[in-house]
Ligand binder design. Structure first.
Ligand code: FEO
Length: 170
């Protein structure tokens, strides 16, 4: 369980709560949607596109405002931490977005092909989720304590305000 930090300096929990809501929504949606219905399928694809763009924006905000600053701080103290450097190094979000966009082509295909695509999409989303939830947990349980260790309370307050503002603008 993640240690509790004062809200003012907890940079991950608020955005992650929104990301977790989106995860639950898409898992429910993709499980309950009948891909033989073209209209429903298109609606799911549109919502998934939006969701994965939100995830990408979240990752970019973290890279720009949290991870970069943490790396710089560690570097200035002569500390190398591979976990910080590799935190967002794979391309899962891009792959998922491509798979979702590919779905629009399948809306023109036969019912059985659409159902097959729906199953592929569902499995890919489940696989993605298996990594995404622990990834957020790692940020809360590993990187948040590092931030608390290496930044002042006021620096973190400002960082949190910036992170929230950036998420609101996306
Ligand atoms: Fe907060 Fe890197 O997801």
């Amino acid at each position: 369980m993640a240690p509790n930090y004062p809200d003012e300096v907890d940079v991950f929990s608020v955005p992650h709560s929104r990301m977790k809501q989106l995860v639950h929504k898409y898992l429910d949606m993709v499980t309950s949607t009948n891909f033989s219905d073209v209209g429903r399928m298109a609606c799911v694809l549109e919502k998934l596109c939006h969701t994965f763009n939100v995830f990408k924006a979240h990752e970019q905000i973290e890279n720009r405002f949290i991870m970069r600053r943490l790396k710089e701080k560690l570097l200035s103290l002569d500390i190398t931490d591979a976990a910080v450097c590799n935190c967002h190094s794979d391309n899962r979000l891009t792959e998922m977005l491509s798979l979702v966009l590919e779905g629009y082509r399948w809306t023109q295909r036969s019912k059985s092909e659409r159902i097959k695509y729906g199953m592929r999409l569902r499995h890919a989303l489940e696989d993605f989720t298996k990594d995404f939830i622990p990834h957020m947990k790692e940020e809360e349980e590993v990187f948040q304590p590092m931030l608390v260790e290496y930044f002042t309370y006021d620096e973190l307050k400002q960082l949190k305000a910036k992170v929230i503002q950036q998420h609101q603008e996306k």
